[in-house]
Ligand binder design. Sequence first.
Ligand SMILES: Nc1ncnc2c1ncn2[C@@H]1O[C@H](COP(=O)(O)OP(=O)(O)OP(=O)(O)O)[C@@H](O)[C@H]1O
Ligand SMILES: [Mg+2]
Length: 324
Amino acid sequence: MSTPVIEIKNLSKFYRTQKAVSGLNMTIEKGDLYGFVGANGAGKTTTLKILATLLRPSSGEASVLGHEVQINPHEIRRRIGYMPDFFGVYQDMETWEYLDFFGAAYRMTPTERERRVGDVLELVGLSAKKDNLIGELSRGMQQRLGLARVLMHDPELLLLDEPASGLDPRARLEIIAVLQELQKMGKTILISSHILSELQQLCNKVGIIERGKLVYSGPVATIPSHGKKILSGEIMVADHAEEATAALKVDPRVEEAVFADGLIRFKLKPEADDLSIAAEIIVQRGFRLRMLREVGGGLEDAFMRLTSAELEGGPPVLPGKNEK
Ligand SMILES: Nc1ncnc2c1ncn2[C@@H]1O[C@H](COP(=O)(O)OP(=O)(O)OP(=O)(O)O)[C@@H](O)[C@H]1O
Ligand SMILES: [Mg+2]
């Protein structure tokens, strides 16, 4: 197998006494579109900054495109595109001018810059806004411009810190489409998010980080359902829904049942392992069952279980600065 594009071994980072990353191991192969998922304060930004060589690790190793972050940061910077979670844009600059400025910082010639500005604007769908002031672009367009900026020097690896945060669904889809296009072009992409389902369609692999540690890495499809699965579902009865809800509630195998909007939503006790228990209760008590379906059990559910298992050791640490 070829050398991984990113290889992190036992990486830790402390900010004074605050532990941000703790014994992290992670491998990303060439061509991966890798989703880096975790709650606020889990350590995503810290990890990305270390990979972008903007922050020094406290201990452990991280190599990017075959170079150690501590030894060869300049070589790494030349070949990656890092999009931070917050970036200032110069409202009074024209779109093309902004990109041209970054091209110059990468020592591209004026001719190269002109061609490249055209290419990246085309790629992110902003060609029509070439001569507009940045201040005249919408939030989603500015975000796409941020992406165009990190593409100027044609990097092999993209490190994107929540590139779709704060965008409406349509603007998110636009960003996602650009990322898919970039993957087709052979780029390796590491993208962070705190929404697992958002990355589900997009990424071929995900890594779930919790309190500075990777609790899962691999294809989305094989995220384990950690611990005992709690079954929950919805029921519709022909009539007497309130009474049917009460009947469920008193059964020792049922954790809770609530009736609202024409549906009885219920959760079974952890030891109950078959959803049909609920149907059995309803039918045996003489109610007419119209519908029973499972809810949850999906990706967010697996994520919550994976990360809450890590938290059992103590109360969650609420990061002050990270509350958005
Ligand atoms: N400059 C800093 N000084 C002190 N502590 C910090 C600093 N930056 C981050 N931290 C702490 O390190 C931990 C990890 O923060 P980090 O920003 O990496 O998380 P994150 O996963 O990116 O979170 P978010 O989803 O909110 O962006 C948090 O506990 C945070 O409070
Ligand atoms: Mg962050």
